[in-house]
Design a protein around this ligand. Structure first.
Ligand SMILES: [Zn+2]
Ligand SMILES: [Zn+2]
Length: 486
């Protein structure tokens, strides 16, 4: 990541390195350690060095400062000025566009070496004079060029203890703070690395396959409905929704870095698993009446997907038939609840369902291969409570119940030796609803005989309970007692 590092440190400008300090002329104190001639020579070199620095001939400035340093080692001004020259070269090289070096290569010069030399000089100055901000400024600049931002921040803070109003230090503090917050809360780029290759959206509930590829859980199993291979590399996979868990670490990384997009994906997913109170995914097969209990084998890929979604939601779907008279989905359907769902190793589902209530389909549309319907829940119209008509209905229901019990008893006797038939009769008996709910009872009554789909559809459309009970009784009387239950 060196290119990224350079990009970030090149955002910094050098602070407090605009000029160098002039070397003081001879005074009595200095004279004691050095002859006048020698000091005068040193002074001239420093003058030339500063001149070179100000004219941006930095190589020459460094050479002159180094000569001065040989004459008078451990001098704060000489070391500080040379440090400033190293810093400037390093900064210049660091910000030099790559095309410039192609045009005029600078052999042997690299920004890191120069920043390292600057740091050495800054440390020497610090040892000589730690009660001034100058060494802190030099050292902080050098550390930033070396991309040691954390240490640089410590140096800046120490320097601010010496002079809390130092402009260069305050500027360095601000610029490193920005980089710091960027670095510690840095979000990875939102590249398509985080996308599912099936739906091309941000991975939601990612699963990583044994071949190392990650997909949204729902996407993976949707493609596996059509074959047990990895959607990307075609490796045969031996995983199933039951045994496969979500990659928690990957999920956390994605969720933490792209929280809004992930929340959107969750909403999207929830709307598929919980379509809403008046929306019902449809299993197009047959007319089902309320108050039935039966088993279903789900093997078509589109319905496997639907069942997986239903099982994450309220476990309910609508069952409907294609109306043979119109060739399209019938206008009435029945809601069934999945009471037991057994996923089979090959991806099929074995379901036990119970039918609950009927609905009228207002409109329906396709979604991922199966149909969703907007429905209106329908109930029979009862006569008002306390009226003669209502009492009539309750009496009729009770009479029908008595008849049904006798009918059942006779049917069970006739079916002795026929285990399958007996089991059906016992099951129907167990489902018999209370006569306090005439509508539900009327539907149950109608399930006792084997009706044609068009007859069952008519029973769903009816909103008159008496009429439905009547039809049920007629069917039962017409059918011979040995007749098979559906
Ligand atoms: Zn996906
Ligand atoms: Zn793969």
């Amino acid at each position: 990541m060196s290119s990224e590092g350079e990009a970030s440190s090149s955002r910094f400008t050098l602070e407090g390195i605009d000029d160098v300090e002039d070397f003081p002329w001879w005074n009595e104190g200095e004279g004691s350690s050095m002859s006048w001639e020698r000091y005068s020579y040193l002074y001239d070199i420093m003058q030339m060095g500063n001149q070179a620095f100000r004219e941006n001939r930095l190589d020459q400035a460094i050479e002159l400062y180094s000569r001065a340093n040989n004459i008078k080692p451990s001098d704060i001004i000489i070391l500080s000025n040379r440090c400033a020259a190293y810093l400037r070269i390093s900064h210049f090289l660091k910000n030099r566009p790559p095309s410039a070096s192609e045009y005029r290569p600078l052999s042997g010069l690299d920004p890191t070496t120069h920043a390292g030399l600057a740091l050495k000089d800054a440390d020497k100055v610090m040892n000589l004079q730690s009660n001034s901000v100058t060494p802190y400024i030099l050292k902080a600049n050098a550390l930033i060029l070396l991309e040691k931002y954390e240490v640089a921040r410590d140096v800046i803070w120490s320097g601010l203890h010496v002079d809390p109003r130092s402009c260069p230090l305050l500027n360095l503090e601000r610029s490193t703070a920005k980089t710091f917050s960027r670095r510690s809360h840095v979000n990875p780029q939102r590249t398509d690395d985080y996308d599912c290759t099936v739906c091309l959206k941000l991975l939601y509930e990612p699963i990583t396959t044994p071949c190392g590829h990650s997909f949204c859980r729902s996407c993976l199993f949707q493609t596996m409905d059509r074959g047990n291979r990895c959607p990307l590399c075609r490796t045969v996979l031996f995983i199933s929704p039951r045994t496969c868990s979500i990659s928690v670490t990957l999920k956390n990384i994605i969720q933490r870095n792209f929280p809004e997009e992930y929340a959107e994906r969750r909403l999207e997913n929830d709307s598929l698993t919980n379509p809403g109170v008046d929306l019902l995914p449809l299993f197009v097969m047959d007319v089902i009446l309320p108050c039935q209990k039966f088993q279903l084998n789900i093997f078509e890929p589109r319905y496997r997907l639907m069942v997986r979604r239903i099982m994450e939601g309220n476990r309910r779907m609508g069952m409907v038939i294609i109306d043979s008279s119109t060739g399209s989905i019938a206008d009435y359907a029945c809601e069934v609840e999945i009471t037991d769902c057994e996923p089979l190793p090959d991806g099929r589902f074995f379901l036990e369902v119970e039918s609950r209530r009927r609905c009228c389909i207002i409109r329906n549309w396709e979604q991922d291969g199966y149909r969703i319907a907007e429905v209106e829940w329908v109930q029979d119209i009862y006569p008002k409570e306390g009226t003669a008509e209502r009492n009539d209905l309750m009496e009729m229901t009770n009479k029908a119940a008595t008849f049904a019990r006798e009918w059942m008893k006779a049917a069970q006797e006739a079916a002795q030796g026929d285990r399958v038939r007996l089991a059906e009769l016992f099951k129907a008996e167990g489902l018999m609803p209370s006569t306090q709910d005439p509508e539900r009872f009327s539907f149950w009554l109608a399930t006792l005989t084997n009706r044609r789909p068009s007859e069952r559809l008519d029973l769903l459309r009816l909103r008159n309970t008496k009429e439905r009970i009547n039809r049920g009784l007629v069917y039962m009387k017409a059918e011979e007692q040995g007749c098979r239950l559906q």
